[in-house]
Design a protein around this ligand. Sequence first.
Ligand SMILES: [Fe+2]
Ligand SMILES: [Fe+2]
Length: 273
Amino acid sequence: MPKMIIHDYEIPCKGVQKKILYHFSDLHLSMADELSSDAERQAAERNTASWREGRKHFARSTGEPCDEEQLIEAEAHFENLMQKAQEDGDALLIAGDLFDHVTGADIRWFEKRFSHLAIPYLLACGNHENPTKIPDNCALARIKQPVQTLDLGDLVIMTFENSQRVITKVQIDALMSQLTQGKPIIIAMHIPIQAEHNKAHKALDEYFRLNHAECSEETKEFVKILYANTDKIVAVLAGHLHFLNVCELTPGLTQYVSSQGLLGNINRYIIGE
Ligand SMILES: [Fe+2]
Ligand SMILES: [Fe+2]
């Protein structure tokens, strides 16, 4: 059995019936199939080999565990995490960088693999998932949408496409409109918000920040809206950092960044009352 590391959190939320939400990110899969050319197959092998090492580098630099049992193929981790989420989860969020580059084989694999899941899910677009390479008429095209919404009855999860570290007016309008509905909202995206008071955040360069020094006015506005609505925004969930980070962004609003799915990390939240 491949090793999995489950990080458990409780998020009390009035008026929400208890739910289990699973969250993982950063698998950086590179698939190949019978339709892949030799060059595509070799590229997939190269990417997979590079992440075999890359994941160790991230774990070492942040002091996270990375033992032999965790050094299995990324796809084996993926299957293990998916099985866990479908065992008792009410919903699943994959917070981006599921794929390393997005190839034809990745698109075909996604279509098959995600067609019959036992739970509702959202997949956020990561910076490794170049939306320009994803045709409109495929299942994976869902990640190109500015906002995806998953309504769980008394709780809504909204995914914002922020793979280029930009939030747009369309996305702000969608958030404002959802806020007027009054239901508690979980915000999900790939690139996290950085808080100046967080030591781990301070050490990171601009590449890891949604609210970086040169970010757009709309992006700043988006963060402000979240901070001003902590009574309705339950939590912010993100990926991209390749290490686990939990940070109270502002009083009453916590951001949970999942560590590498590549090493079997998964977050589990019990939300509600
Ligand atoms: Fe990543
Ligand atoms: Fe990323």
